[in-house]
Write a protein that binds this ligand. Structure first.
Ligand SMILES: [Fe+2]
Ligand SMILES: [Fe+2]
Length: 361
């Protein structure tokens, strides 16, 4: 069975390949150079000794073993790129310089997000990662800040429904029927077919957040948890209305294994948590709900139990919007007072009590 660490490295290599290919296209590398960059990225964690034919042969001879394969592990042109990347041969020409730079920037960029949970507010990520992030943003960012704001403003149906939802959420005696009514009020805002999966996921997260509120040792209002879960990804709804050029690049990257949070930060400079919280602020949602939505992928940045609850509810629904992080999971569990074992147990419980509100498909 494949080790967890192997799975994580493979996923990282895949993401670096996807970022590299996109970046290579953006800076005008040819189709064949783009293919080469992608193949090198896929292999960039192969142990150096397996790529170096002579060292590999020497190792096998010392161990009195024979090579199990005739072909080299990676094609020759990929090996040259990898050896240049690892500093074992000089950069041969300007094209190779660009190929190696694309790989380095993409690798640093992905590692920046992998290590982000380790930063606290006083930390600044190292200079190398900073310049890679800046390079990635400058080459791949599609819309201006203004575009994102325009998209947020272009959700005309929602404010009326939102006012009604806020009114309903203030009901201190809200039971299952009232919460279902609250969800029904918002459903119409996700009527566009491309939003259906976001709505169905929102129902899952609302249920999971409510269940967590009922089972954690910190007091969190289950109705408020339900509301926060229901609208936690409203920023994704805004992003789904972005211009075609943005959506094209967004889907190419997410289809290639890059999580939505990384892609949003790269293409728009903000993630859906931030965009969603700005929307909810305008619509005068309760401040705790606004904060929980803002940081639902960064629970370490908010002291609220509601934020941690939203993070855990996302985790329980296996949404893959962000890189998995044991540190964040642990932080969130501790904040709401639930053990990992209890969380896993809750994850096995059947949800789906809001079937009538789901969209088909
Ligand atoms: Fe989500
Ligand atoms: Fe999310």
């Amino acid at each position: 069975m494949e080790d967890r660490a192997d799975i994580a490295v493979r996923a990282h290599c895949l993401r670096v390949a996807t970022w590299s290919s996109e970046l290579a296209g953006a800076i005008g590398l040819s189709e064949s150079e783009r293919k080469l960059v992608k193949e090198a990225a896929i292999s960039h964690h192969i142990p150096e000794i397996l790529v170096d034919d002579r060292a590999h042969a020497r190792l096998l001879a010392e161990m009195r073993l024979e090579a199990a394969w005739e072909q080299p592990l990676v094609p020759n042109d990929v090996r040259v790129v990898l050896e240049t990347l690892w500093g074992r041969r000089p950069i041969s020409d300007p094209a190779m310089g660009k190929i190696v730079a694309v790989l380095e920037i993409s690798d640093d960029f992905d590692q920046y997000f992998e290590s982000e949970p380790l930063f606290d507010d006083t930390d600044t990520p190292d200079q190398c990662a900073n310049s890679s992030v800046a390079a990635m943003l400058s080459y791949l960012q599609v819309p201006s800040h203004g575009d994102v704001s325009r998209v947020i403003d272009r959700l005309p149906v929602f404010p009326r429904a939102a006012r009604e939802v806020v009114r309903q959420a203030m009901n201190p005696n809200a039971g299952p029927l009232e919460l279902e009514e609250l969800a029904a009020t918002l459903r119409g805002s996700f009527a566009s077919p491309r939003s259906h999966h976001i709505w169905n996921h929102s129902l899952d997260v609302a249920e999971a957040a409510q269940m967590l509120a009922l089972n954690c040792s910190i007091t969190v209002d289950p109705a408020q948890a339900f509301l926060a879960g229901l609208i936690h990804d409203i920023g994704r709804l805004a992003f789904s209305n972005m211009p075609a050029a943005f959506l094209e690049r967004f889907h190419r990257l997410t289809d290639g294994g890059c999580p939505a949070i990384e892609v949003e930060m790269c293409l728009a400079g903000r993630c859906h948590g931030e965009v969603g919280s700005e929307t909810l602020e305008q619509w005068e949602f309760p401040p705790d709900v606004v904060e929980a939505v803002r940081w639902h992928h960064h629970p370490e940045r908010s002291p609220l139990a509601l934020t941690a609850l939203c993070y855990l509810a996302e985790f329980m629904t296996d949404t893959q919007e962000d890189l998995p992080s044991y540190i964040r999971l642990n932080t969130a569990c501790r904040r709401v007072g639930i053990s990992m074992a209890a969380l896993t147990e809750l994850g096995h419980q059947k949800m789906g009590g809001l079937e009538s509100l789901r969209f088909a498909g």
